[in-house]
Design a protein around this ligand. Structure first.
Ligand code: PAF
Length: 280
């Protein structure tokens, strides 16, 4: 049976009992409205730790003023049963007041320079400060041995890896593969915002990412490849924030420079903003 914990002292007591028994702890932070992508992260954490804690906390500090914090989908009952089925031992449900004891305005802020500033950082200023600020708090609360983050949020994963290395968190970060719908759409809590008028077109993002890979392997210069991808998305009715080809560390590679790449797309379809990526 999964145990739901809402007070930090009770969480710490549970963690102490596990530690006394010599058990390791895996952690999966989430904002709830869970789907197969989240559950695959729980399974990943389970493979690397004796016990798994998952948190559900819709973090106000990572939403911009015009973003969907208040209408972000909240589905506590299905999240709890899904986590239990996925093998999670403890569901940690902090409140905003306990997460930010001095209030959101006076909260100590964690900023990871460089990799936070590009792509999503340009489109959503302050977003990664909110993510790093809350993940730091969650890491201090749970003190896990390993923590799992999905590759769907490729840049978030990169930012967290840098933060963990830079601040010497004794936590191993596990990267979970993207879980896709049949048409290639990456699973996301925001997919349910897609109306039936636009949903059939949402898989185009994955097709475009594959086209970016092919174009790169065929030797197309980066700027031409990015422009071609943005045009194809535009033709399918997307409003494009970026279609970018980057090195794995999100730096820009020169044309012809050897090495791996990641293609990343952020685009709006109707009122829904989707992000996705493909590594090659
Ligand atoms: O990826 C998410 O769901 C969130 O950004 C996270 C890591 C749970 C922090 O609020």
């Amino acid at each position: 049976m999964i145990e739901t914990i809402t007070a930090l002292e009770a969480l710490r007591e549970r963690l102490r009992s596990w530690r006394r028994a010599g058990l390791t702890v895996g952690f999966v932070p989430t904002m709830g409205n869970l789907h197969a992508g989240h559950y695959s992260l729980v399974a990943l954490a389970r493979r690397h730790a004796d016990r798994v804690v998952s948190s559900v906390f819709v973090n106000p500090t990572q939403f911009g003023p015009s973003e969907d914090f208040t209408r972000y989908p909240r589905t506590p009952d299905t999240d709890t049963s899904g986590l239990e089925a996925a093998g999670c031992d403890v569901l940690w449900l902090p409140t905003v007041e306990s997460m930010y004891p001095f209030g959101v305005e006076l909260a100590a802020n964690v900023h990871v320079p460089g990799v936070s500033a590009v792509l999503e950082g340009e489109c959503r200023p302050g977003h990664f400060d909110g993510v790093c600020t809350v993940v730091t708090r969650l890491f201090n609360q749970v003190q896990p041995d390993v923590a799992a983050f999905g590759k769907k949020d490729y840049q978030q994963l990169t930012v967290i890896q840098q933060m963990v290395a830079d601040l010497h968190f004794p936590i191993r970060i596990l990267a979970g593969e993207i879980v896709r719908e049949d048409d290639g759409l990456a699973m996301s809590s925001r997919n349910q915002y897609l109306g039936s008028d636009v949903r059939p077109r949402a898989g185009t993002i994955y097709q475009v990412l594959q086209q970016m890979r092919r174009a790169h392997l065929d030797g197309m210069p980066r700027l031409a490849l990015e422009a071609q991808a943005a045009a194809r998305l535009g033709e399918s009715g997307f409003v494009v924030d970026y279609a970018a080809l980057r090195r794995p560390d999100l730096g820009i590679a020169g044309d012809g420079e050897p090495g791996s790449r990641v293609a990343l797309v952020a685009a709006r379809l109707g009122a829904t903003r989707l992000i996705d990526n493909l590594e090659f």
